[in-house]
Write a protein that binds this ligand. Structure first.
Ligand code: ADE
Ligand code: ZN
Length: 326
């Protein structure tokens, strides 16, 4: 398809990617073997067969189980390096990636192990693949405010290695306001913040993310479309939404790609970007997402260029750093 070739050749940035969600089944098995971890699955195929989700929570259960093979610095390095090599093939030149430290701290993996492994790969990606990066520490919203504050305190030694903070995991019942004080502190410390909101949770959670937590980006944001006033506010503020089409399909946020509201979002003036979220679980990386959209929706070349450009202007690169990509 001509439009696929066009967007493939275009420099791209990914703003919504959970590193633990790029853990491919083959690597789960390789790391299990290397680390002597016993898996409840007999084969890669059996593990892959478990990747059938009816909602966010069913995915998260498998996602947290999968990352149990990540124990050592080298594991976090291998995970991150594999992701960077993969998206390099897709024409991705800048990434802003999440990691979920609390999921590893709970298993006794020190923050230093996690961050040093991830950063070593990110710096190698910058040097050898020309991929610039930002690293985002994401709090788990199903855990307490107290746990988030404790994690923030532990992260203090690593602040120079972290670029911002995020909020992910089970959305329903865990509104942004639960973490208003945590993110106020992050902002006070001079960090950018980006919050998952309106994936499964209601439009009200997006309002909270905007007006109570003063977020710099919204991750997903799909359910904003249920509130015309919210659409208008997001459009006026040119708030970046990191939309994840294959994720939306796999987690049944949309029932079919043909029904994905991407074009409606663009037509409403929303600043939308395309991202892969958890590519090892949802069936594809950056170009797989674009390909699925192009096959299902009547997107124009102008709209595709707009999507790619939005990700650069919505990134945390400085205007000078963005310029060569626009
Ligand atoms: N953690 C990893 N992927 C996620 C998603 N799509 N939503 C919430 N938490 C997540
Ligand atoms: Zn996500």
């Amino acid at each position: 398809h001509k439009l696929v070739d066009l967007i493939a050749a275009c420099p791209k940035t990914e703003l919504h990617l959970h590193l633990e969600g790029s853990l491919e089944p083959a690597m789960v098995f390789a790391l299990a073997e290397r680390n002597g971890v016993i898996l409840p699955y007999a084969s890669v195929a059996e593990l892959q067969a478990a990747y059938q989700f009816n909602n966010l929570q069913e995915f998260l259960d498998v996602y947290y189980a999968g990352m149990s093979v990540l124990l050592h610095e080298a594991d976090f390095y291998d995970l991150t390096w594999a992701y960077l090599q993969r998206v390099h093939q897709d024409g991705v030149v800048h990434v802003e990636v999440f990691f979920d430290p609390q999921a590893h701290l709970e298993r006794g993996i020190p923050l230093a192990t996690q961050i040093h492994g991830i950063r070593r790969a990110l710096e190698q990606g910058q040097a050898e693949l020309g991929i610039s990066f930002r690293l985002i520490l994401s709090f788990l919203r199903h855990l307490s405010e107290e746990s988030a504050f404790a994690t923030l305190a532990q992260a203090e030694d690593f602040f120079p290695l972290i670029d911002g903070f995020g909020l992910d995991s089970s959305e329903k019942g865990h509104p942004p306001e639960k973490f208003a004080r945590v993110f106020a502190r992050c902002k006070e410390l001079g960090f950018k913040i980006t919050l998952h909101a309106g994936e499964e949770g209601p439009a009200d959670y997006v309002w909270q993310a905007l007006n109570l937590l003063h977020t710099d980006r919204i991750d997903h944001g799909n359910r904003s479309l249920e509130d015309p006033q919210l659409i208008q506010t997001l459009a006026e503020r040119q708030m970046t939404l990191t939309v994840c089409p294959l994720s939306n399909l796999k987690l049944r946020v949309v029932q079919q790609m043909e029904q994905h509201p991407l074009i409606q979002m663009l037509d409403s003036g929303l600043k939308v970007t395309i991202n892969s979220d958890d590519p090892a679980y949802f069936g594809g990386y950056m170009m797989d997402n674009y390909r699925a959209l192009i096959e299902a929706l009547p997107l124009t070349s102008e709209q595709l260029h707009q999507l790619a450009r939005n990700a650069f202007t919505g990134s945390w690169l400085s205007p000078e750093e963005q310029q060569p990509h626009l």
